[in-house]
Design a protein around this ligand. Sequence first.
Ligand code: GCU
Length: 596
Amino acid sequence: MKTRHFLWICLFALAAVAVRSNAQDLITNVYGRNRVSLNGKWNAIVDLYDQGERMKLYENRKPVGNTDFYEYAFEGGLRLNVPGDWNSQLSELNYYEGTVWYARHFEALPQTDQRQFLYFAAVSYRCKVYLNGKFITEHEGGFTPFQVEVTQLLNKGDNFLVVQVNNRRSQDAIPALAFDWWNYGGITRDVWLVTTPQRFIMEYFVQLDKCDSDKLVACVQLSEKRAGETVSVSIPELKMNMEMTTDADGKAESVCQVKRLQRWSPDTPKLYQVYITSATDRVEEEIGFRNIMVKGTDIYLNDKPIFMCSVSFHEEIPQRKGRAFSEADAAMLLHEAKALGVNMIRLAHYPQNEYTVRMAEKMGFILWQEIPIWQGIDFADRGTQKKAQQMLAEMIKRDQNRCAVGYWGIANETQPSKERNEFLSSLLEAGKQIDTTRLYVAAFDLVRFNEQKQRFVMEDEFTAKLDVVAVNKYMGWYHPWPVKPDDAIWEVVSDKPLIISEFGGEALKGQSGNAQVASSWSEEYQEQLYLDNIRMFEQIPNLRGVSPWVLFDFRSPFRFHPTHQEGWNRKGLVSDRGERKKAWYVMRDFFEKKRK
Ligand code: GCU
C-alpha cells in the first residue's frame, strides 16, 4: 500500500478515535466563561420506532440526482424549544416515551489559540450527539451536565448539530421503571458553545475547611498536566491573594487563614467576588463561605446549632405543566419557598438546574441536592452502579463551589439488602473522594411503630455510614395514628441528627370536608394532619429538621383519582394553580416560631 494512502488511513483512524470521546471532566463555572447560547427553536423528528440511526438522520442528506430521495428532512418539520421538555410543548407528546431527534445549524469561527466545547446543562434521559454528520459523544442521566470538546471538529461558518434524545424508562436506569414524577423528555436545560484559551483553568474549588471557620481551602486544576505554573485565587474584599504552583498533574492547592470573613448563612447570604487566574486564563464568580458539620445529634452552621426548616419541590412549573429551566422559573419556585419562611430546600429528587441552585444561594437557602436513586433501583447491576457514581460526580463537580449546598443526598426510600448496602457504600466513597465538606444523607421509609415497645423504631445498618439520617413518614396519610401524636415516642437513630424529609397528605384546593376523613381530600383534613404531625415532632428528641412533602402539587403518572387527582399528586401546600392551601399557613406559622 502506498505510504500516502497509509498516512491518510492513520489520520482518519485518529480522527475517528478523537470524536468518540465520552464527556470529559466538567469545566467549572460554565456561566462565567466565554460562551454562545445554542438555545432557541430546534428542528425535531419524533422517532417512535428508533429508525433514525439506521436511516442516518444525523447526516441530514439532501437529494442530488433525479433518483435520490430521503424519507426524512429536519427543515420544514416539527420545531421544539430548547431548553424545554417536549411533553408540555405538544399535546401529542404529553405521555411520549421514546426517541426525538433534535437538530440545528450554528455558526462558528474556530481560532487556533482557543478551544471549543459543547456543553449541555441536561438532556433527559439519555442522548447521542452528532456534529457535522459524525457521532461525537453520548450521555446518560437526565439531570446533570456534560460536555464534549469540538475544537478540531468545527467547520468555519456553518455547523450542523444533531442530538438523539430518548426518555424511555428502563430497569437499569436511574431512576428506573416507576417514579412519582412526570417522565419529561428533551433537551431540558441550556446548550452552550463554550470557548476557552488553548490552556485554561479546567476546575477549581474554593471553600472553607469543613471544621475550621477561618481556614480557606483552594484547589485549581489546569487543562494541561504541567508543573511549575503559577495560579492565584484572590478575594479583593478580604484583601486576600493566594498564589500557588501546579504539580506535574497541573494541579495546585493551598490553604490560608482569612480574618474578618463574613460567613454565608440563610439570614446573611454573603457572597464574595473571587478571581481565579493562571498565565493564560481568568475566571470570576461570586462564592460564599460557611461551615456545616454534625456534633453529636446537632447540626451546626457556622458554629451554631441550626434546625432545618425545609420544604421540597420538584423541578416543575405546575401552571405550565412543564419542567422548570429558566431564571424566571427558579424565581417563581424560590419566592414561594421564601414566603413559607424556610431556611432549607430539598431539591427533590434529582440535581436541579443551575439557575435554581445559584439563585437559592443568593436568597439564603441551604440546599439538599440528591441524585435520583429513588425506590426500585437495580442495585445488583454493575452498570447501574457506575451510572450512579457518574451522576453523583457530575452533580458535585457542578456545584462544589456553591456554599448553599449543605447536603448530598444519595438515596430515597431504598430497601435494605446486601446489594443495596454495597451499592450505596461505594457511592458514598465515590462522593467523598470528591467532596468531604458537605453532609451526606439519605431518606428512608423504614420507621415502623413497634406495638410491643409502643414506640417508633427503625432498623437499617446503613444509617451508621451517614452524617445525617432522614425519614419519610406519612403519619395520618399512608399510616393511621397508632397512638395520639402527643404520646408518640421515637427511638430512631438516636445518636445522630434526624430530619423528617417527607411528611404530609393530599388535599384538593378549595375542597372542604371532614377533618377526620382522609378520603375527603379536603383542605381541613390536610390542615389537621399537619397540626397532628407538628405535635408529634415536638416529642422526637434528636429531630433537627422537617421538610413537608411538598411545596407545589406536581404531576404524577400514577395518581389516578378522576376528581381528586387527575394525574396530580395533591400533597402540595400550594395547588397547581398557585393557590395556598390551609396547611400552608400551618407550616408558615411553625417555621416562624422555629426560626425566632
Ligand atoms: C415518597 C417519595 C415521593 C413521593 C411521596 C408520595 O416518599 O419519596 O417522591 O411523591 O412518597 O407518595 O407522595
